[in-house]
Design a binder for this molecule. Structure first.
Ligand SMILES: [Fe+2]
Ligand SMILES: [Fe+2]
Length: 309
């Protein structure tokens, strides 16, 4: 029990935590409301027209598998933050974040069952599994293991530095760089017109749009917390050092030209890396510069729409 009797009412409606919590409630969506019928048809049609359809299909399956596994990992690993934070407004927000990560996991699991398996059945391919080791690489495993460790450390040592490292791993690097670069790449690839050599998958596209709205709040919360920590005396160098230590793993995941499943379609690795670097530099400035504000909720939830830049 942790009732703060210096508060006249329970919640601080002006706080970022409660405002973001309310925004999450108001923008609630259900993964099962996304219509996947057009994706099922378009994917089968597309695979029937390309050469070496099964290996071509691997590029897309790898993307969906990595997103699904990533969303599962962040669902599993956020809980220590809810325990370590002791402000009710912050905790209100974290409850929405865990729930949203679970919905993202739900969406990708459903996509595999309903769209990918359907295409495999129609084309006579063996049904594949999103948990197969072949979709992942060492950098992917290492990055998520480090994230889990950074989050678990909050339980033993909830110091400002431990919080800063946790937000750097989880919110800045995994959500802010890896995931947002991935959404950008996937949405560019499977949108209506950008890459005519790939199928247009409106359900996949819509899922990414909804997930990005949620992720805008998640990244915004992490950035605001980092800004508070810096204002309270955490050395900004710690943020740079933490991010720089783990960035090489991201570069081997999001846009690895040596990845055997990455085909020469969709945005190029160079374009993806440039996108990630630009976004990151901008965010670090907003965190470290006392005069710069964290973007407001509307722009955060619209962060990085395809073609915004
Ligand atoms: Fe997510
Ligand atoms: Fe997230």
């Amino acid at each position: 029990m942790n009732i703060d009797n210096t508060r006249h009412l329970q919640l601080d409606r002006e706080s970022r935590g409660t405002r973001y919590y309310r925004n999450a409630v108001e923008r609630h969506w259900d993964p099962f409301d996304i219509d996947l019928e057009a994706d099922k048809a378009a994917l089968v049609d597309h695979l029937q027209t390309v050469d070496e359809a099964e290996s071509h299909f691997d590029g897309m399956r790898m993307g969906v598998a990595r997103f699904g596994a990533g969303e599962q990992a962040v669902t599993e690993d956020l809980a220590p933050l809810a325990t370590a934070l002791d402000d009710i407004d912050d905790q209100m927000f974290v409850t929405t974040q865990i729930y949203e990560e679970a919905k993202h996991t739900d969406h990708f699991d459903r996509y595999w069952r309903e769209v990918i398996h359907h295409a495999e059945d129609e084309l006579g391919f063996e049904r594949s599994s999103p948990t197969d080791d072949k979709w992942f690489n060492d950098a992917y495993d290492e990055l998520f293991e480090r994230n889990e460790d950074a989050m678990n450390r909050l339980l033993d040592d909830p110091s400002p530095e431990t919080f800063a490292k946790a937000y750097c791993h989880y919110h800045l690097v995994i959500e802010g760089i890896l995931a947002q670069t991935g959404y950008y790449g996937m949405q560019q690839s499977y949108s209506e017109s950008d890459h005519p050599e790939l199928p247009h998958l409106p359900g996949l596209y819509e899922g990414f749009t909804l997930i990005r709205q949620d992720e805008g709040r998640h990244v915004g919360f992490g950035m605001a917390k980092l800004k508070e920590l810096v204002e309270e005396g955490v050395d900004p160098q710690l943020l740079d050092d933490t991010v720089n230590e783990i960035l090489p793993y991201v570069n081997k995941i999001a846009a690895n030209p040596e990845d055997e499943y990455v085909e020469d379609v969709g945005p190029s690795p160079t374009e993806l890396q440039a996108f990630a670097t630009d976004k990151h530099v901008e965010r670090m400035e907003q965190i470290k510069d006392a005069a710069e504000d964290i973007p407001d909720l509307e722009s955060l939830t619209e962060l990085q729409g395809v073609g915004d830049d």
